[in-house]
Design a protein around this ligand. Sequence first.
Ligand code: ATP
Length: 238
Amino acid sequence: MNPILKVRDAQVSYGRIAAVHGASIEVSPGTMATIIGANGAGKTTLLNAAVGLIPATGHFEFDGHALDLLDVEDRAEMGLCLVPERRELFGTMSVEDNLQLGYYVHRRQRGRMADRMADVFDFFPKLAERRKQQASTLSGGERQMLALGRALMSQPRLLMLDEPSLGLAPLIVQEIFRIIKELKAAGVAILLVEQNARAALECADYGYLMETGEVTLQNSAAELLKDPRLAKAYLGGA
Ligand code: ATP
């Protein structure tokens, strides 16, 4: 099966700093890939380059179409969606209004908004309970759910999640990972960036390790979990 996202030899620099140099990854439809790696390895930079937020060289392809000449809006239109690490919700707006914004990211909307929102509330019953509440009053886990829900409003074909577990208590992290698995089961391809390597590999199909701007290891998630090169530095093992 052709990959939904194909990145070949990506290079991104911030001034003279080469944050990503020569990274290649692929995500297949209906699967979950993860990029793990330490702080500063270039994971966020690679996601931002894929959605078109920062300029990059190399080759980026989505569903067989070259992305190089397309801007952020065009890429979103194709179904490429990033949930950023900071979640970027509108704190003074209600849950419902934040979700609506996710629906309007496309120039041409797909289906009725009420149907989209009903689907999101099926996934996240907590958000339905809090639909009129201001986003800033939600707990950390609920805010992450809202960020995921807002992304789902645009019916993405590939959902890229940057550190969805960041700053959340362990039980809430489990809940978020359970939801991410459900999203995959519902047919959304997922690219998960995580510092929490064990949790990410336990739910992904395959993974990439990034170190100082390069992909240094790639394999099925099951093999990576057993890989001695990961055990000590990334999986907390001996
Ligand atoms: P984190 O988990 O901390 O987000 P990461 O693996 O996602 O880490 P990036 O945020 O992509 O790593 O950062 C890669 C490198 O690029 C780091 O050395 C970082 O300091 C640098 N960097 C990131 N953003 C900028 C920026 N806006 N300007 C200059 N350097 C940057």
